[in-house]
Design a protein around this ligand. Sequence first.
Ligand code: CP
Length: 323
Amino acid sequence: MEMPRHVVSVEQFDRATLFLLFERAEALRHCTAEALASRLRHKVMATLFYEPSTRTRLSFEAAMVRLGGQVISAEYAAATSSAAKGESIEDTARIISGYADVLVIRHPQAGAAARAASVATIPVINAGDGANEHPTQALLDLYTIWREHGRLDHLRIAFVGDLRYGRTVHSLARLLRHCQDIEVFLCAPSVARLDTELIAELITAGLNVQECDDLLALAPTLDVVYQTRVQRERYQTQAEYEQARSRFILDETFLDAFNPRGIILHPLPRNEEIAPSVDRDPRAAYFRQAHNGLFLRMALLEWVFNLLHADLTTSDGSAWTIR
Ligand code: CP
């Protein structure tokens, strides 16, 4: 039996595949609804979310529906699936393999998606496993950088906020190893710093990584500011959470200092770390970023079903095939 194509970690993607996905997402964006609507006909996607979500679950479900597939969902899975009766993630994945063609799973435990993938006979997509990884978010983050800046190389990027528990940071930082001439600045309170092993991995891969206390001083030279929410739900005590609460707030003062050609990204949801007044600034790219997730996830669904090279007809009527 052919092995299913899982999306469990960003580690599985090389630079060539990143470009394939980004170019395919771009092509899918320009297709008519009719051209999309039969691509995954008769395919069923199961979404199994043990943690809350707006963007990831709904953009995956929208992507599947727009591609002509169907969705079955357990959105409060911790309470409403048989996990509440003690069923293991492995048994759940085995059962869903008999009902659906792809399983998208979010779980509070690191490694949960990999455990599901180890027994599933259908592709498993990791929609976030604890504080470990969020690979599809990182792919859409990098896709957004590529769209906004027109390149993946020669970038100065600040990661800001909760770098300890921010799984999107862990995944995106790892993806940056495929890019050239990258300077990374880490701006986090001491209780929320990036894991030292991951920093060592990045440095070994050739990234220039520096801790940073003064985001405002860096602002004029940054191409990307990747702001994050402090993950209140992962801190053991209120006191620790209070220490982690960002003192790196993006507001009008930051905008005044920020590179006119820079962009602000955030995986969302946000709390206090970006002032609402920032939304009006064209450099605030986080809502465009969330929208990009729809197209990137369409491309990923095609990738797991090995359809990424199938012909597409774009809205101008021209045939489009991945080079
Ligand atoms: N970025 C992200 O994962 O958002 P949701 O938690 O809303 O899915």
